[in-house]
Ligand binder design. Structure first.
Ligand code: SF4
Length: 325
């Protein structure tokens, strides 16, 4: 795996890629992705993190450059109530300056809520102390309370669910909202879901159960069967009644509102010259840049720092795909 550190002088735009930078889906919630590196190898991982055949490249954005872009994107959105959601296709705590990133983003006057997504593996009480004044919510991915199964589901021998439970309790005590985010893996952790609900209630955390999804590039969990949405919500409704807890969370429950999007600078079908900047997240992809956006060019192995004629094939949510023209 080759690790790429994205610095200001590279002039790589931080909008347009899926694996790093900023994603604006037209709401007051901005996804901010400082790194694509992960420290676990969960057997059901939707992004297939730590598989060098699927992801030969990992990325990390330099702190100050990331914050500069966050500031500019917020300015363009003209919103004074931004939720900065620091997340990743890997694990945010793998960024060497993540504590500073969190604190400096929360200092931006428009950021009224800061949430982060973590697997908790390297979270400590000391780290919580460093960010407790900045973090409003921690979305914590834990999928079982069973010690042995927890190691299996993290794909890590050093994973210690007891330690993570302690940290979750500690975070709640420090005034941080904790939202447990287990993936329900049918036939694997069915019995653990009610236990996780009980644990959430015990420590005064929230819980948002995630549906197990199978994608083209995701890691497929042996023995797990992906259900349809009808079965998934039916299970949640039954659990809501049984456990007297709200489990079906809507955008409105999370205070997410539609607001102005940042400009889409490239149209589908548009053909133009772009500079090749980096190898892509998937094999046979390169990341190009033009008009202030990153564009992932499929079926491309052109050299970095060369110019290539490309045709835009997708621009949804300012995430750009292209092919060679
Ligand atoms: S922690 Fe998340 S990104 Fe990392 S392997 Fe597990 S599911 Fe994938």
């Amino acid at each position: 795996m080759t690790h790429h550190i994205i610095k200001e002088k590279s002039e790589i735009p931080l909008v347009g890629a899926i694996a790093f930078g900023i994603i604006d889906r037209g709401t007051n919630l901005l996804q901010i992705r400082p790194t694509s590196v992960c420290n676990q190898k969960c057997p059901f991982c939707s992004t297939n993190a730590n598989n060098s055949k699927i992801h030969p490249n990992t990325y990390e954005v330099e702190k100050d450059y990331l914050i500069k872009w966050v500031r500019n994107v917020i300015k363009e959105k003209e919103c004074n109530e931004i939720e900065a959601n620091i997340d990743s296709v890997g694990e945010i705590l793998c960024h060497p300056k993540i504590m500073e990133i969190i604190n400096e983003i929360k200092e931006l006057p428009e950021v009224t809520f800061l949430s982060l997504q973590t697997n908790g593996l390297t979270l400590t009480k000391e780290k919580i102390d460093k960010i407790k004044n900045s973090v409003d919510r921690i979305n914590l991915s834990i999928h079982t309370l069973d010690k042995k199964q927890a190691k299996e589901l993290a794909g890590s021998d050093i994973y210690d669910i007891e330690k993570i439970k302690e940290i979750a309790k500690y975070a709640v005590k420090q005034g941080i909202e904790v939202l447990l985010a287990p993936v329900w893996l049918p036939k694997i952790n069915d019995e653990q879901i009610p236990k996780l609900i009980d644990f959430a209630k015990e420590i005064k955390a929230k819980i948002g159960i995630q549906k197990y999804e199978v994608y083209k590039y995701s890691r497929k969990m042996k023995g797990a069967k992906a259900t349809n949405y009808w079965k998934f919500y039916d299970k949640l409704k039954k659990l809501e009644k049984e456990k007297e807890i709200k489990l079906i969370l809507k955008k409105e429950d999370m205070n997410i509102k539609k607001i102005k999007r940042i400009q889409t600078t490239l149209d589908i079908g548009e053909t133009l010259n772009a500079e090749i900047k980096l190898p892509g997240w998937l094999p046979n992809q390169m990341i190009a840049a033009t008009k202030d956006r990153c564009i992932t060019v499929n079926d491309c192995n052109e050299k970095e720092e060369t110019f290539l004629k490309i045709k835009i094939t997708d621009n949804k949510n300012n995430i750009y795909l292209a092919k060679k023209a």
